[in-house]
Write a protein that binds this ligand. Structure first.
Ligand code: 5SP
Ligand code: FE2
Length: 224
């Protein structure tokens, strides 16, 4: 597929230097990022713990970048307001994190925040067929959630392609993000399948020259 939508690059703070988070956030805006991706992990839905709303609120004054908050937590509904108040511009919940995805998405939009939904690698795209009118962002996990630095699962490109078709057929202006193992080698597969947002942790924050790393992702995506 030829990329006609603007390709957005969202570096994941999970691979930043946690001892210098304020500087790391400001630096990535200077380096040309479009969004900042913030991975929230609870040690329950995923086998890792990262940070919560207090850290996100503390980072908010350090950049004007949209905060793209990826919640890997269960339950999620009791915490949505705290993340909205912390400064999230998008809140993405996992379809697998509870029985009431519809209610969670309603609650996010009611807070005045863009609503996102994420699918783990084993979850089929059809899971989202009844909520396309309620989402601003779909995030396809191309690794099992919980850790940065894992290998991109090429098996997920079929799902990205299906979701791109579902989004186009729906007519809703839904962004399609891919998260996990994205680098200059794998970005073309994700973009060719229909992604218009690339989330990358180790391939951006893991590099010394983050501006060059972001440019490399844009170039790789444009070449797909
Ligand atoms: O949500 C997650 C992991 O669960 C991601 O956002 C990772 O932080 C991406 O890291 P890389 O795979 O790009 O290193
Ligand atoms: Fe993420």
């Amino acid at each position: 597929m030829t990329q006609t939508m603007p390709l957005l690059i969202a570096p994941s703070l999970l691979s930043a230097d946690f001892a210098r988070l304020g500087e790391e956030v400001a630096a990535i805006e200077q380096a040309g990022a479009d969004w900042l991706h913030l991975d929230v992990m609870d040690g329950h839905f995923v086998p890792n713990i990262s940070f919560g709303p207090a850290v996100i609120a503390a980072l908010r004054p350090h950049t004007k970048l949209p905060f793209d908050v990826h919640l890997m937590i269960e339950p999620v509904d009791p915490y949505l307001e705290a993340f909205a108040k912390a400064g999230a511009d998008h809140i993405t919940v996992h379809a697998e994190a509870g029985p009431h995805l519809h209610r969670s998405l309603q609650a996010i939009r009611a807070l005045g925040v863009k609503a996102g939904v994420s699918l783990c690698p084993a979850t089929p795209p059809e899971m989202l067929s009844q909520v396309l009118d309620m989402v601003d962002l779909i995030l396809v996990m191309s690794v099992n959630p919980g850790f940065g630095g894992q290998k991109f699962l090429s098996s997920q490109t079929h799902k990205i392609r299906t979701l791109r078709q579902m989004i186009n057929d729906s007519g809703y202006p839904i962004k399609l993000a891919v998260d996990g193992g994205i680098d200059a080698e794998t970005a073309p597969q994700a973009v060719a399948a229909g992604a218009d947002v690339l989330i990358a942790g180790s391939a951006v924050y893991g590099k010394t020259d983050r501006a060059a790393a972001i440019r490399a992702l844009r170039t790789a995506g444009a070449a797909s």
